[in-house]
Design a protein around this ligand. Sequence first.
Ligand code: 0A1
Ligand code: ZN
Length: 850
Amino acid sequence: MAKDTPQTFYLKDYTPFGFDVESVHLTFRLTPETTRVISKIRFAPKPDAADKTFFLHGEELQLISAKIDGQDATPDVTDKGLTCAVPSTPFTWEAEVEINPAGNTALEGLYMSNRMYCTQCEAEGFRKITYYPDRPDVMSTFTVRIEGDEPVMLSNGNPMGAGEGWAEWHDPWPKPAYLFALVAGDLVNHPGSFTTRSGKEVELNIWVRPGDENKCAFGMEALKKSMKWDEDVYGLEYDLELFNIVAVDDFNMGAMENKGLNIFNSSCVLASPETSTDANFERIEAIIAHEYFHNWTGNRITCRDWFQLCLKEGLTVFRDAQFTSDMRSEPVKRIDDVITLRARQFPEDNGPLAHPPRPEQFQEINNFYTATVYEKGAEVIGMLKRLVGDENYYKALKLYFERHDGQACTIEDWLKVFEDATGRDLQQFKLWYSQAGTPRVKVSEDYADGTYTLTFEQSTPPTPGQPDKAPRVIPMAVGLLSPNGDEVRGTQVLELTGAKQSFTFDGLASKPVPSILREFSAPVILERGTTNAERAFLLAHDTDPFNRWEAGNALAKETRVAMVLDGAAPDTAYLDALEKLVRDDEQDPAFRALVLSPPSQADIAQTLHERGYTPDPQKIYDAAETFTQTLAQQLETSLPRLYAATTVEGPYSPDAEGAGKRALNGRILSLLTRLDGGEQAARQYEAAGNMTQQYAALAALLKAEKGDAQSQAFFDQWQDDRLVMDKWFALQIACAAPEKTAAAAAGLTKHALFDMKNPNRFRAVMGALAGNHAGFHHASGEGYQLLADSLIALDKLNPQTTARMCAAFQTWKRYGSDRQALIRAQLTRIAGAEGLSRDTNEMVTRILDA
Ligand code: 0A1
Ligand code: ZN
């Protein structure tokens, strides 16, 4: 059967909707399989509209009746929506549709999760609830009546009344349909309250299933901290009397910023010391902040169209990163973010899925909730802030909120605010929004007669649809150190605007050692022929903590690359430097843990690829094993002392200080396990008082293939806790040896608790498979086949999660021809699957087109 050619949408085709929506009234009659949605919407034709077509989106709806001003209407209905003849003066549209929440496994629109009704409308899910102009630039006030026998029935805004079998809500703030939400079910709340700086009392609730009440306290504190921080730092106050958060078990993403009713994947809100690791706590705090911050950056000011997605997402990620830095440790947060950027965004930007932060076309917008839109979008804002300075940044943001409150905006609006606030021309800077690809910056240096010259050359490799790139504005934060380790020039931001540009520093008594791209001031790849001695010097002396870590990271990469390519032994100078740092109790434990965490095997593969080699995953794995084993041996005598010194006693608290110590302790334990056969890890497992310690011990034991008993005990203890079981599923695959990874994952897909309808469980298994570099890329090809089988099966149920997971194949062209052939066969098989979704089809096609 021939497939329909999928429609492509273009940024350049934007046309406003021809009608204002003055008000929206919705009535929901809830039943699991035959929910009725009755809409009553007031439309006013715009007199000067270029396009006067009355088109309402609508998908998978059964239209029962339609009326205009009380008279039966006869719309033309397709599987995408309807058109209808309408009056040229304001009119009331009424429609009744039937939908099937219980049969909705795509988790988009109104669906059921664990017997609870909930919605997900971003980006284009509202059209699965009723006929509506489902586009972010159409904003209106919503009044919602919910009828059903659920004990708790919630929607956006403020409660207007409730009785036996019904509840009514009204949201006074005009909003696009993607921010609509409804939740109904048997829920209990963890209450709280917040007094805004102008003295308004806000009621806060975290709603969860009975039994989860004891996992809400941390999230509630995170919410209050976020509310306070946004007032203190951005002067932004909350604007309703009620803020609800709901936890649901089945959710495609992390969480959603629906106005006044945030809906969270339960993994991103529920936390307790017994069930959550330090990393979980930190992530939960950040996501709660992220969704809360959207209230201004996303909700009060939204996007004109989905091409502008990074307008709200880049800015909100930037704001949540600022928040985490303030709550925890600035350098540690920055290092973590750069690790994530390189692991998730760089492969995207340097492969077949590369797209600019503001894409210019898409088939399925859900495929563009990417690391480029989110993380690179945030990096672009960080660069802007660095270029204009802090004071100007906040001045511009103030103007942004004054000028655009209540509007649906574009990147042009955003940049104009900065131009007006600072007088700066941002024409060239705007290229960051329109050009894909990671710039390479080649650095060369020169020193003569007290003058030091740094020369930068930038270029960006071609990306799909963009063969040539213009030079961008790149803020290069640079400092200079003298050979004795003193800083002779503090951090200065050099603005690179040309393809090749030099900067000079005068009056230097000797040739300095440069510290370039401090704080990772731009998302670029530096190419610099430097020596390991200089890297070791920076690791010891740089005043910029990011670059100190970066120097260690570069050393780690160099030695691993040499091991892979030349069969070299681990670099002893680097091992010595590591030993010195790890034993130095003056240094922050979190920082020491980071330096002690080796670059990922995928990162080594990427580095080899950047240098023109074909990475061999098994060799990379072997080098990692040899290196870690050698490090463990080198540290042998200090490990027991370090282990004891970093063990955190007393009651658990998820603060940054404790977390940093536990992170270091976990690293030490994993090294120790290589030498003591797992004795210490087994003891730690037995004695663990919190999930961080229990998990670290289990991970170390599984890695050493000594964890069968503990794995069984873990299962017995936690089998009724879905979130903890996700860890159990993932960890076994993550810790498996390369030749056993695919079999471990395949076995787990047959486990009684494997449920592919639950995205968290599916991701636990398939994400862990794709994340085990040498296992996934094992020469047998079994990993590829298992993932493809699972994606084909899931696509019939949940296209969004399937499509996102296809990205596991995006790096395929960097591997050798055998692996490429194996992957191509699997991609071709997916592409040919019967009834493939538009989501997955777009992803597979783009990846195959590489
Ligand atoms: N706006 C949310 C992300 C999100 C996007 C799509 C979703 O469903 C397809 C759900 C959530 C955020 O940035 O947190
Ligand atoms: Zn967001």
